[in-house]
Design a binder for this molecule. Structure first.
Ligand SMILES: Cc1cc2nc3c(=O)[nH]c(=O)nc-3n(C[C@H](O)[C@H](O)[C@H](O)COP(=O)(O)OP(=O)(O)OC[C@H]3O[C@@H](n4cnc5c(N)ncnc54)[C@H](O)[C@@H]3O)c2cc1C
Length: 601
């Protein structure tokens, strides 16, 4: 910052501080393009803000990043306000399966005789030579600075969780539930459900499995207790709408604006604001910057309808000049960014998240879905009633311990030995119908009465969602096609197409061979009424690209300058391809510790 401007802004800050205790100079949220130095110089420091509340550290989002950040900052002596848009804490983390890949030599790894180290974590998560069978590399585009910080802080993040009441399943770390967590050794540990009511069901799990069921409820509820005990002020149903900075492209972050039940409030942060808002995959326009195919019909982000990933953190930070980072990781064809669903007939169809009628959000979820255990029981068709791929086809894969074998870190042989296998189910489902529109449109699982018997499905509410148009039934195939009317089905399904598709598929069953898509030995004809069409459109999950941060989790602008007083971690932060909880928890702790160390305004 030029000397004169620095001086001016200091004067402003003093004036600001002198106003009635917490009233001050204002920052204004600028346009998304306002990050340049010239925009900053031109932007005047505008009006006064009336601060309604004040803390040293303000954390946005009570999920896997925000909760640890808030606790660690509070325990270090800061006054902490944690704002959460939802009616409850937890974010996607509480809906998660609680598999936590924190390695590097944790006490559980040591107990199991697994030899790991921060250097091994770093080496694993930056190994260019690890590729998936479709040729996509899990780790090649990771930011080395960010991974080093994660590797060096993983062990203490794990021990911190244990010290703050999280009980892990008492068994050796394994590979269950991990994606892109490193090839060398098992690192997945599992937060035990214990007696916490599950947000999925409203009930605790059965006593016999309380200590062995892995769930995010067992991760987030103990942290909620720890946060309250430490004195973190948690403001539920407070949605951050913008971040205040001295000027749109320069100066320090001052606080945030929030909405609470229609009221607008400003919360001042004397030291720092931490963004833990969980990513951007629920925001159609934002996610389409990464992948234009991801149009509105992908209306089931995993974790919804408990909490959204609406990009509000990214957009607010970009509004004051922040940059995005590591964008390849969002479109690389590995991991669970876009998933094939095996839960059909309901909107919120992520494979390991079943909403049951006792859940506090069941009214929003509306149906639990039918679980597909055998893809021979259905065919999958697009909006036009045409099959598009082998129904048994898989989503993208991801690397985890032992998958490259033998493995020599950094060796060209790792990639050379991979047998190419494209895993293109998702790409075929998203291909569209050739009419110039983006997006693959709804995907429907079609089956008959015999499939219902074989799979022991109950195709009725609360398992399926007739009312909102995610499930249909009819006595004839043409009637079924004609009935498929819902907001994402933007063209009618021609009945003759669906009839033709089914009769061709039935002929493949007779022949024992799928001549169109190579489904292994098609087994069952679709012949017995009634017939069904169940929503089976892919679900969006991870967000692996977001705001540019450095090793301290400080947010940076387009010129790589730190935005003073602004931190971010978890799915809203970029540069790190690793699924989920571990990076969020670890970055939350890094951000929280560094935020407290900031000089107070
Ligand atoms: C079904 C499911 C299963 C999963 N299983 C695993 C697993 O087993 N292992 C694993 O490692 N990962 C798993 N994940 C991923 C993991 O849960 C997430 O990666 C992790 O929770 C991300 O942490 P976060 O802090 O970035 O976001 P979240 O945990 O989602 O927290 C973000 C919070 O911010 C709030 N928020 C958003 N915008 C605002 C705003 N403007 N103002 C105020 N609050 C706001 C949200 O409501 C939310 O509470 C799973 C995810 C899902 C959905």
């Amino acid at each position: 910052m030029p000397a004169q401007q620095e001086k001016d802004s200091n004067i402003s800050r003093r004036q600001f501080l002198s106003r009635a205790g917490v009233a001050g100079t204002a920052a204004v949220v600028g346009s998304l393009a306002s990050g340049s130095a010239s925009a900053a110089e031109e932007a005047p420091i505008k009006s006064a803000i009336n601060w309604d509340q004040e803390a040293d550290v303000v954390v946005i989002g009570a999920g896997a990043t925000g909760m640890p950040a808030a606790i660690v900052a509070r325990e270090a002596g800061a006054r902490v306000i944690l704002v959460e848009a939802n009616f409850d804490i937890g974010g996607h983390a509480i809906t998660s399966s609680g598999n936590v890949p924190l390695g590097g030599g944790t006490s559980i790894q040591k107990k199991a005789g697994i030899i790991d180290s921060p250097d091994l974590v770093f080496q694993d998560l930056t190994d260019w030579s690890v590729v998936e069978p479709n040729g996509f590399p899990d780790y090649r585009y990771n930011d080395r600075e960010i991974i080093r910080a994660f590797a060096d802080n993983s062990v203490q993040s794990f021990e911190w969780l244990v010290a703050h009441g999280v009980i892990f399943v008492d068994k050796a770390p394994d590979t269950a539930g991990g994606t892109s967590v490193g090839n060398s050794v098992p690192r997945e540990m599992h937060a035990a459900a214990m007696d916490w009511p599950m947000v999925q069901t409203g009930q605790p799990v059965a006593p016999a499995v309380r200590a062995t069921t892995s769930t995010g409820n067992g991760l987030m509820r103990p942290l909620e207790v720890a946060a309250k005990k430490a004195g973190v002020q948690i403001l539920l149903e407070h949605r951050m709408t913008s971040i205040h900075r001295e000027a749109p492209g320069s100066g320090r972050v001052l606080g945030i604006a929030v909405e609470n039940k229609g009221a607008k409030l400003n919360i001042r942060a004397t030291k720092a604001v931490i963004i833990g808002t969980g990513g951007s995959t629920g925001n159609v326009n934002f996610r389409r910057m990464f992948d234009p195919r991801l149009t509105e019909e992908y209306c089931a982000v995993a974790g919804m309808p408990w909490s959204d990933q609406d990009a509000s953190g990214e957009i607010a930070a970009m509004g004051i000049g922040a940059s995005l980072w590591g964008l390849y990781n969002e479109v690389g064809e590995f991991g669970t960014t876009i998933t094939k669903s095996d839960l059909i007939g309901c909107q919120y169809n992520y494979r390991v998240l079943t909403w049951m009628p006792g859940s506090p959000v069941f009214k929003l979820a509306r149906a639990s879905g039918l679980k597909v255990l055998d893809w021979q029981n259905v065919i999958m068709v697009n909006m036009l009633g045409n099959r598009f791929y082998d129904e048994t086809g898989a989503q993208f894969s991801a690397n985890d311990a032992g998958q490259v074998d033998p493995y020599t870190p950094g060796s060209y042989l790792n990639a050379e030995k991979i047998k190419y296998k494209p895993s293109n189910f998702i790409n075929a489902a998203l291909a569209g119908i050739g009419d110039g529109h983006n997006g693959g449109g709804p995907i429907w699982a079609i089956f008959d009465a015999d499939a219902v018997t074989r799979a022991r499905w109950k195709p009725e509410p609360p398992n399926v969602d007739f009312d909102a148009g995610f499930f249909f039934t009819a006595d004839t195939i043409p009637d079924l096609a004609a009935k498929i009317v819902m907001k994402y089905q933007r063209v009618p399904m021609p009945p003759e197409n669906l009839e033709k598709t089914i009769s061709r598929y039935n002929s493949f069953v007779d022949a024992g061979k799928d001549e169109d898509f190579g489904k292994p030995a098609p087994k069952y004809k679709i012949a017995k009424a009634p017939f069904y069409a169940a929503w089976a459109t892919p679900t969006i999950h991870d967000c692996r690209a977001g705001l540019r941060i450095n090793a301290k989790c400080q947010v940076q602008d387009m010129n790589a300058n730190v935005i003073p007083g602004l931190y971010c971690g978890g799915e809203s932060a970029g540069g790190f391809s690793l699924h989920g909880l571990a990076r969020a928890i670890c970055q939350g702790l890094i951000a929280g510790r560094n935020a407290v160390a900031e000089e107070a305004m």
